[in-house]
Design a protein around this ligand. Sequence first.
Ligand code: NAI
Ligand code: ISE
Length: 336
Amino acid sequence: MSLRIGVIGTGAIGRDHARRINQVLTGAGITALSDVDLDGAKAVKADIAPDAEVFAKGEDLIGSDKVDAVLVTSWGATHEQYVLAAIAAGKPCFCEKPLATTAEGAKRIVDAEAAHGKRLVQVGFMRRYDAGYRMLKQVVDSEIGQPLMVHAAHRNPSVPDQYVTPMAIHDTLIHEIDVFRWLLDDDYVSAQVVFPRASSHTHARLKDPQVVLLETAKGIRIDVEVFVNCRYGYDIQCQVVGEEGLAYLPEPTSIMMRKDARLQNPILTDWKDRFVASYDVELQDFISAAARGTASGPTSWDGYVAALSSDACVTAQEAPGTIVPISLPARPALYN
Ligand code: NAI
Ligand code: ISE
């Protein structure tokens, strides 16, 4: 029988994940939808999941006997309550990033899952499923000697007006924070943030761009430019410098044109297009594991470490130039 999935939060990514589950992936179907904006949930039912029941409360969806597994795609601040409820119900749960908006909240999830004794949670760090990052990891692991430095950039063409300085970390850099731990098999020991001249396209509550400097336990130095009003496109760059050579994250495939006396390639403008294939693979992985009553991929521990590292980066933003230490508690055996 197909895995019956309930989606809590039917905004941009919730709708997109519902579409891929019902129209692209195999082994699962959407049987329940919930959103504080009931009309949004009803619209997803009408467009994508006609058989789904709409719930006013996420907790009622989690408790429903029509739901085997849960997708949490509501606003970040609401993730913790739903993930904890899914663990309490013993149901596998895919939670979009961030796992929680505070490290303490993420730790409560780690503790609840560890007490349950079996993995139930997958965090939506989709870059680990991206074909380009996977190729990069293979080369970093085998071709370029020990990695010494990483130079990276995370650029969005623009962000909504309510996007403010700390969101450059919690909402945006969090993808690099996770993927570099995985890519380098390492953890962070410190963070520092510096601000170059601000773009005239930003506003008083958003310092843009920013440069985040991370140091790992192995001594690798990482610099990431976060530039969320870069105007020209959605652009994710990563270059790993090893002692024997350099490895680059591949550019997304695109058609090169010779036209109007220019040599040119189009650049994507939307994160949904940049990572469309990775979202498919990550959710198919969730479906496979959830059908066995468990979870795979990025863990609650990964979500917790990302939250802890993000908090250090936000502290570093508040005192530009200051080096903020990052230290982790012991990792529960469930995540070894
Ligand atoms: P959105 O604002 O388009 O959708 C969020 C939905 O959650 C809205 O429909 C809202 O009404 C609903 N909601 C808010 N509070 C709720 C509650 N207590 N219970 C139920 N529903 C509630 O936001 P978007 O862009 O879809 O982001 C959702 C989450 O997905 C965020 O955590 C975001 O960081 C993450 N995300 C992840 C991406 C990735 O690349 N992995 C990309 C974009 C978003
Ligand atoms: C958004 O929430 C995402 O997760 C995107 O992947 C990221 O590029 C963007 O900056 C965030 O706002």
